[in-house]
Design a binder for this molecule. Structure first.
Ligand code: CUA
Length: 327
């Protein structure tokens, strides 16, 4: 039976250690965070195996024989055992604390040469502002998706405009609360080009589950091209950019035949905007709470008025007007 127990234990330990449970590690900080995780996991596996093993052995070995109704012999304490089961956990917990402290210190390392990105959480959307990049005169680049160049350390300064949210890109491992009134921070150096989810991991209301965006990690030259494109789009006026803007900002929630989007988090715009005028469409974008379509919740982010430049907003309204045959 001991052999069966050991075999099961080894098999479970292999399942715990060998299957890639964690998402891709795509930041400089991910390595040490994962090593803390595995250290704790392995300690837990060993402690569990020891406790379960002793328990199973005791059940087998000291089981009362059939018909034995006597009381067990009185036992009082065992000083040696008590010292052992106090010292071992104390050593383990101290080791975890020290190693976690080292990991925390290392991941807080901020080189002088770094980029700052401001992250603002709001029910139920993320806004990313690049204070060092000017979109147009006096207006910093602001985006609903997070775009960063690879291999460059970013200091994220995080805040909230309402309740507590939490900024998290699983592949980067670092996670930080967004709290109204204070600025928290986290430091990440993305090391792999790719697209990763930005997730709110603090229950923040009805739209918590859809409070997602994406983080795109680009090469330095692609990042510069993206910045250039944002400037070009901001400067451009008409509905030329309508489809692009709609797909990037609205398509993850709304269905619109013209744009080929099919999501149903919010109202189907082919129906909701049919025959509506520009004023209604504009109001629905900048002040979505003003008119809630029947059967839908008041969860659309209210910051699109700030996110879009005026020409962008004009372009989007014009595009939606055309696409839904209103006017
Ligand atoms: Cu914001 Cu959950």
């Amino acid at each position: 039976m001991v052999l069966v127990g050991v075999a099961v234990g080894v098999a479970l330990a292999l399942v715990a250690v060998l299957i890639p449970w964690l998402p891709d590690a795509a930041s400089e900080q991910a390595g040490i965070v994962d090593s803390v995780y595995w250290m704790v996991t392995i300690i837990c596996v060993l402690v569990f195996a020891a406790v379960a093993g002793v328990s199973a052995y005791a059940v087998y070995k000291f089981r009362a024989p059939p018909g034995d109704t006597d009381d067990g012999s009185p036992i009082h304490g065992h000083t040696g055992l008590e010292i052992v089961w106090t010292i071992i956990p104390a050593v383990l917990v101290t080791a975890i604390a020290i190693y976690s402290g080292v990991a925390l210190g290392q991941s807080d390392d901020l080189p002088a040469d770094h980029r700052v990105i401001e992250v603002t959480g709001r029910q139920f959307t993320w806004t990313f502002t690049y204070p060092d990049i000017e979109l147009e005169k006096g207006r910093p680049l602001t985006s609903g998706e997070l775009v960063v160049p690879v291999d460059e350390t970013v200091e994220f300064l995080i805040t909230s405009e309402d309740v507590i949210h939490s900024f998290w890109v699983p592949e980067w491992r670092m996670k930080q609360d967004a709290v109204k009134g204070i600025v928290t921070r986290t430091i990440v150096e993305p090391t792999k080009i790719g697209t990763y989810p930005v997730i709110c991991t603090e229950l923040c209301g009805l739209g918590h589950a859809i409070m997602r965006s994406q983080a795109r990690v680009l090469s330095a030259s692609d990042f510069n091209a993206w910045v250039k494109e944002q400037r070009r789009l901001a400067a451009e006026g008409a509905s030329v950019q309508g489809t692009a803007l709609f797909t990037a900002q609205c398509g993850s929630c709304h269905t619109l035949a013209d744009a080929g989007t099919t999501m149903e988090v919010g109202p189907n715009l082919d129906e909701a905007l049919k025959g509506k005028d520009a004023a209604f469409i504009r109001e629905s974008i900048v002040d979505p709470s003003a008119s809630i379509a029947e059967g839908y919740q008041d969860i659309m982010p209210a910051n699109f008025g700030e996110l879009f430049t005026d020409p962008q907003l004009d372009g989007l309204v014009e595009y939606l007007l055309e696409a839904t045959g209103g006017g």
